[in-house]
Unconditional design. Structure first.
Length: 71
């Protein structure tokens, strides 16, 4: 049977292991930020629907300019 990724990483020199771990942490942090932004956008859509009495398909978030949301 083949080796796992963890085993392959442990075979690498220490410098490479440190670089791999550092990059992995960066990617995890970026993904967490993306997830938070998606959740914030979804919550904003829900609030806009409630305030304006719109249906789900009628709300589109175009973006934010100067802390104002373009709906």
């Amino acid at each position: 049977m083949g080796k796992s990724v963890t085993e392959k990483i442990k075979e690498q020199p220490i410098e490479s292991q440190i670089k791999i771990e550092s990059r992995a942490q960066e990617l995890i942090a970026q993904e967490l930020i993306r997830q938070k932004l998606r959740l914030d956008k979804q919550q904003l859509k829900v609030r806009a629907r409630k305030v304006k009495g719109l249906k789900q398909r009628e709300v589109v978030i175009f973006g934010k300019i100067n802390h104002r949301t373009l709906i």
